[in-house]
Design a protein around this ligand. Sequence first.
Ligand code: BEZ
Length: 211
Amino acid sequence: MPVRLGDIAPDFTAETTEGTINFHEWLGSSWGVLFSHPADFTPVCTTELGTVAKLRGEFEKRNVKVMALSVDPLDSHHKWIGDINETQNTVVNFPIIADPEFKVANLYDMVQPAMTDKTTVRSVFVIGPDKKVKLTITYPASTGRNFDELLRVIESLQLTAEYSVATPANWKHGEDVIIVTGVKDEDVPAKFPKGHKKIKPYLRTTPQPNL
Ligand code: BEZ
Protein backbone atom coordinates (compact mmCIF):
# COMPACT_ATOMS: atom_id res chain seq x y z
CA MET A 1 0.00 0.00 0.00
CA PRO A 2 1.41 3.42 -0.81
CA VAL A 3 1.89 5.81 2.09
CA ARG A 4 -0.31 8.82 1.33
CA LEU A 5 -0.50 12.39 2.52
CA GLY A 6 -2.40 12.59 5.80
CA ASP A 7 -1.70 8.95 6.73
CA ILE A 8 -0.03 8.22 10.05
CA ALA A 9 3.58 7.43 9.09
CA PRO A 10 3.94 3.66 9.58
CA ASP A 11 5.89 2.92 12.75
CA PHE A 12 8.81 0.47 12.84
CA THR A 13 11.80 -0.57 14.88
CA ALA A 14 15.00 -0.90 12.86
CA GLU A 15 18.77 -1.32 13.15
CA THR A 16 20.53 1.90 12.26
CA THR A 17 24.05 3.28 12.33
CA GLU A 18 23.08 4.92 15.64
CA GLY A 19 21.64 1.75 17.25
CA THR A 20 18.18 0.21 17.33
CA ILE A 21 15.57 2.90 16.87
CA ASN A 22 11.80 2.92 17.21
CA PHE A 23 10.74 5.50 14.64
CA HIS A 24 7.84 7.15 16.46
CA GLU A 25 9.72 7.30 19.77
CA TRP A 26 12.76 8.75 18.02
CA LEU A 27 10.61 11.41 16.32
CA GLY A 28 9.12 12.50 19.65
CA SER A 29 7.48 15.88 19.09
CA SER A 30 9.80 16.85 16.21
CA TRP A 31 9.16 17.01 12.52
CA GLY A 32 10.90 14.21 10.62
CA VAL A 33 12.36 13.38 7.24
CA LEU A 34 12.73 9.75 6.18
CA PHE A 35 14.54 9.30 2.86
CA SER A 36 15.72 6.24 0.97
CA HIS A 37 18.80 5.55 -1.15
CA PRO A 38 19.28 2.90 -3.81
CA ALA A 39 22.52 1.47 -2.45
CA ASP A 40 25.71 2.03 -0.45
CA PHE A 41 28.94 2.96 -2.25
CA THR A 42 27.13 4.64 -5.14
CA PRO A 43 28.10 8.10 -6.35
CA VAL A 44 24.86 10.09 -6.26
CA CYS A 45 23.90 8.69 -2.83
CA THR A 46 27.33 9.59 -1.49
CA THR A 47 26.83 13.24 -2.47
CA GLU A 48 23.28 13.27 -1.10
CA LEU A 49 24.21 11.97 2.34
CA GLY A 50 27.14 14.40 2.52
CA THR A 51 24.83 17.27 1.60
CA VAL A 52 22.30 16.35 4.28
CA ALA A 53 25.08 16.09 6.89
CA LYS A 54 26.21 19.62 6.00
CA LEU A 55 22.62 20.90 6.31
CA ARG A 56 22.17 19.45 9.82
CA GLY A 57 22.02 22.94 11.36
CA GLU A 58 19.28 24.01 8.92
CA PHE A 59 17.17 20.95 9.79
CA GLU A 60 17.72 21.54 13.53
CA LYS A 61 16.65 25.19 13.22
CA ARG A 62 13.34 23.92 11.85
CA ASN A 63 13.00 21.23 14.56
CA VAL A 64 13.40 18.45 11.98
CA LYS A 65 15.10 15.09 12.60
CA VAL A 66 16.50 13.27 9.58
CA MET A 67 16.83 9.51 9.00
CA ALA A 68 18.13 7.79 5.86
CA LEU A 69 17.57 4.23 4.64
CA SER A 70 19.43 1.89 2.37
CA VAL A 71 18.78 -1.82 1.89
CA ASP A 72 22.42 -2.71 2.53
CA PRO A 73 23.56 -4.16 5.88
CA LEU A 74 24.92 -2.25 8.85
CA ASP A 75 28.63 -3.12 8.42
CA SER A 76 28.43 -1.83 4.84
CA HIS A 77 26.82 1.43 6.05
CA HIS A 78 29.60 1.99 8.60
CA LYS A 79 32.31 1.49 5.93
CA TRP A 80 30.46 3.72 3.48
CA ILE A 81 30.11 6.52 6.07
CA GLY A 82 33.93 6.63 6.15
CA ASP A 83 33.93 7.30 2.40
CA ILE A 84 31.16 9.92 2.67
CA ASN A 85 32.98 11.79 5.41
CA GLU A 86 36.23 11.68 3.47
CA THR A 87 34.94 12.61 0.02
CA GLN A 88 32.22 15.10 1.03
CA ASN A 89 34.32 16.74 3.74
CA THR A 90 31.71 16.31 6.45
CA VAL A 91 30.61 14.02 9.27
CA VAL A 92 27.45 11.96 8.80
CA ASN A 93 25.46 12.92 11.86
CA PHE A 94 22.09 11.19 11.46
CA PRO A 95 20.99 7.53 11.52
CA ILE A 96 20.99 5.38 8.40
CA ILE A 97 18.66 2.38 8.57
CA ALA A 98 20.10 -0.98 7.51
CA ASP A 99 17.20 -2.70 5.78
CA PRO A 100 18.59 -5.78 3.97
CA GLU A 101 15.25 -7.57 4.36
CA PHE A 102 13.34 -4.61 2.85
CA LYS A 103 11.05 -4.42 5.89
CA VAL A 104 10.92 -0.62 6.12
CA ALA A 105 11.35 -0.21 2.35
CA ASN A 106 8.22 -2.27 1.72
CA LEU A 107 6.30 -0.63 4.58
CA TYR A 108 6.87 2.74 2.87
CA ASP A 109 6.52 1.46 -0.71
CA MET A 110 10.06 2.60 -1.49
CA VAL A 111 10.64 -0.18 -4.04
CA GLN A 112 9.13 0.55 -7.42
CA PRO A 113 9.50 -2.72 -9.34
CA ALA A 114 9.05 -1.24 -12.80
CA MET A 115 12.36 0.55 -12.13
CA THR A 116 14.05 -2.29 -10.21
CA ASP A 117 13.04 -4.70 -7.47
CA LYS A 118 16.60 -4.91 -6.14
CA THR A 119 16.81 -1.50 -4.45
CA THR A 120 14.71 1.44 -3.33
CA VAL A 121 14.13 4.57 -5.38
CA ARG A 122 14.84 7.99 -3.85
CA SER A 123 11.74 8.43 -1.69
CA VAL A 124 11.27 11.31 0.74
CA PHE A 125 8.64 11.50 3.48
CA VAL A 126 8.17 14.60 5.62
CA ILE A 127 6.33 13.79 8.82
CA GLY A 128 4.71 16.32 11.17
CA PRO A 129 4.77 16.32 14.98
CA ASP A 130 1.34 14.61 14.83
CA LYS A 131 3.11 11.71 13.02
CA LYS A 132 1.10 12.35 9.87
CA VAL A 133 2.73 12.36 6.44
CA LYS A 134 2.84 15.95 5.17
CA LEU A 135 4.80 15.54 1.94
CA THR A 136 6.10 12.77 -0.29
CA ILE A 137 8.57 13.12 -3.15
CA THR A 138 9.95 10.35 -5.37
CA TYR A 139 13.03 10.66 -7.57
CA PRO A 140 14.65 8.00 -9.73
CA ALA A 141 18.07 6.63 -8.76
CA SER A 142 19.86 8.68 -11.39
CA THR A 143 18.78 12.11 -10.09
CA GLY A 144 20.17 13.50 -6.86
CA ARG A 145 17.65 15.36 -4.75
CA ASN A 146 17.58 19.11 -4.16
CA PHE A 147 17.81 19.44 -0.38
CA ASP A 148 17.48 23.23 -0.51
CA GLU A 149 14.04 22.56 -2.02
CA LEU A 150 13.31 20.15 0.81
CA LEU A 151 14.13 22.86 3.37
CA ARG A 152 11.95 25.31 1.42
CA VAL A 153 8.91 23.02 1.45
CA ILE A 154 9.41 22.23 5.13
CA GLU A 155 9.30 25.97 5.84
CA SER A 156 6.09 26.20 3.80
CA LEU A 157 4.56 23.20 5.60
CA GLN A 158 5.40 24.66 9.00
CA LEU A 159 3.98 28.05 8.06
CA THR A 160 0.74 26.63 6.70
CA ALA A 161 0.39 24.39 9.78
CA GLU A 162 0.51 27.40 12.07
CA TYR A 163 -1.36 30.11 10.14
CA SER A 164 -4.38 30.14 7.82
CA VAL A 165 -2.14 30.59 4.78
CA ALA A 166 -0.86 28.74 1.73
CA THR A 167 2.29 29.49 -0.26
CA PRO A 168 2.21 30.41 -3.96
CA ALA A 169 4.25 28.92 -6.80
CA ASN A 170 8.00 29.27 -6.27
CA TRP A 171 7.44 30.91 -2.87
CA LYS A 172 10.60 31.60 -0.90
CA HIS A 173 11.27 32.67 2.68
CA GLY A 174 10.25 36.32 3.17
CA GLU A 175 7.81 36.56 0.28
CA ASP A 176 4.07 37.22 0.55
CA VAL A 177 1.79 34.26 1.22
CA ILE A 178 -1.84 33.53 0.30
CA ILE A 179 -4.69 33.79 2.79
CA VAL A 180 -6.73 30.58 2.56
CA THR A 181 -10.23 30.96 1.14
CA GLY A 182 -11.78 29.68 4.40
CA VAL A 183 -10.94 33.00 6.11
CA LYS A 184 -13.82 35.48 5.70
CA ASP A 185 -12.94 38.96 4.40
CA GLU A 186 -14.21 40.55 7.62
CA ASP A 187 -11.81 38.41 9.70
CA VAL A 188 -8.72 39.19 7.62
CA PRO A 189 -7.58 42.44 9.33
CA ALA A 190 -7.58 40.88 12.81
CA LYS A 191 -5.92 37.67 11.66
CA PHE A 192 -3.35 39.36 9.43
CA PRO A 193 -2.46 42.69 11.06
CA LYS A 194 0.51 43.24 8.70
CA GLY A 195 -2.02 44.07 5.96
CA HIS A 196 -3.24 42.31 2.87
CA LYS A 197 -3.96 42.74 -0.84
CA LYS A 198 -7.19 41.53 -2.44
CA ILE A 199 -6.31 40.70 -6.04
CA LYS A 200 -9.46 38.61 -6.61
CA PRO A 201 -12.09 37.49 -4.08
CA TYR A 202 -10.28 34.13 -3.94
CA LEU A 203 -6.72 35.52 -4.17
CA ARG A 204 -5.67 37.55 -1.16
CA THR A 205 -2.05 37.92 -0.10
CA THR A 206 -0.35 39.03 3.08
CA PRO A 207 3.26 39.39 4.25
CA GLN A 208 4.77 36.22 5.72
CA PRO A 209 3.11 36.24 9.18
CA ASN A 210 5.94 34.81 11.31
CA LEU A 211 8.64 37.35 10.45
C1 BEZ B 1 23.97 6.52 -7.41
O1 BEZ B 1 23.74 6.78 -6.23
O2 BEZ B 1 24.85 7.07 -8.02
C2 BEZ B 1 23.13 5.52 -8.14
C3 BEZ B 1 22.57 4.46 -7.45
C4 BEZ B 1 21.83 3.52 -8.16
C5 BEZ B 1 21.61 3.67 -9.52
C6 BEZ B 1 22.15 4.78 -10.18
C7 BEZ B 1 22.90 5.71 -9.49
